[in-house]
Design a binder for this molecule. Structure first.
Ligand SMILES: Nc1ncnc2c1ncn2[C@@H]1O[C@H](COP(=O)(O)OP(=O)(O)OP(=O)(O)O)[C@@H](O)[C@H]1O
Ligand SMILES: [Mg+2]
Length: 229
């Protein structure tokens, strides 16, 4: 299953206003690995994650998802294998009901409606939102919206899960459920997080960013020990 790896080769990214948010980033995440992406606010975590499925394209360097190099031509294939949960869940919830939000991806993939229903119900169940499936996103709490955004990605059954601050706003029970859910996910996972205990529990390996540079790549417990605010 070598096709589930993520490889960044000398990736730099400059925003249109000239801000150089990523500087010569190289790393490989192999199939089935769980990696935490750590760093202060503004260090470049979200910018990096957005290049794993081409929402942002590198200004220089190359991103490969398995054997597929990221380019405008390969976006469709790459987005099928990389499921991304954004930092702000409201960016992912725009349908009349939560059910439709979670069903959106599978429907968009052209799956038959009974399969769409199966996947949607199962994803909602996994994040504990079956009871509110008929509500709209604006009727949910912040933590519930985050769980719904996670369900909207799980329903696509991605090979690689990319999560940006997934435990933010979750209560201890929802956070524990999320950790257990991610533990049971056998594919590749990258998680940008400020939640060190979640990082330590889930991810043997961490990558530390500082001002757009990759400062460390190694054992999560060691990197957290040496992390300075
Ligand atoms: N659209 C944008 N245009 C210009 N600069 C941006 C843009 N988005 C982010 N930046 C800048 O790029 C840098 C990296 O931002 P990014 O959002 O990747 O950080 P982060 O590590 O995810 O931070 P946080 O922990 O707060 O989520 C920051 O200096 C930020 O101000
Ligand atoms: Mg961020």
């Amino acid at each position: 299953m070598s096709h589930h790896f993520i490889k960044f080769s000398d990736v730099s990214f400059t925003y249109p206003d000239g801000h150089r948010a990523l500087k010569n980033i190289s790393f490989t995440v192999t199939h089935g690995e769980k990696v935490a992406l750590l760093g202060l606010n503004g260090s470049g975590k979200s910018t990096l994650l957005l290049q794993t499925n081409g929402l942002l394209m590198p200004s220089a360097g190359e991103v490969n998802i398995g054997d597929v190099p990221l380019s405008r031509q390969t976006l469709k294939i790459i987005r099928r294998s990389v499921g991304m949960v954004f930092q702000n869940p409201d960016d992912m919830l725009f349908m009349p009901t939560i059910f439709d939000d979670v069903a959106f991806g599978p429907r968009n993939m052209g799956l038959p409606e009974n399969e769409v229903k199966r996947r949607t119900e199962s994803a909602l169940e996994e994040v504990g939102l079956s009871d509110v499936a008929g509500k709209a996103a604006f009727q949910l709490s912040g933590g519930q919206r985050r769980s719904a955004a996670i369900a909207a990605v799980l329903s696509m059954e991605p090979d690689i899960l990319v999560l940006d601050e997934p435990s933010a706003n979750l209560d201890p029970l929802a956070r524990r459920n999320l950790i257990n859910l991610l533990k049971s996910f056998s594919h590749t996972v990258i998680i940008a997080t400020h939640d060190f205990s979640l990082a330590k529990e889930l991810c043997p390996r961490a990558i530390l960013l500082s001002d757009g540079e990759l400062k460390a790549d190694g054992a999560t417990s060691e990197i957290i020990k040496s992390f300075r605010y």
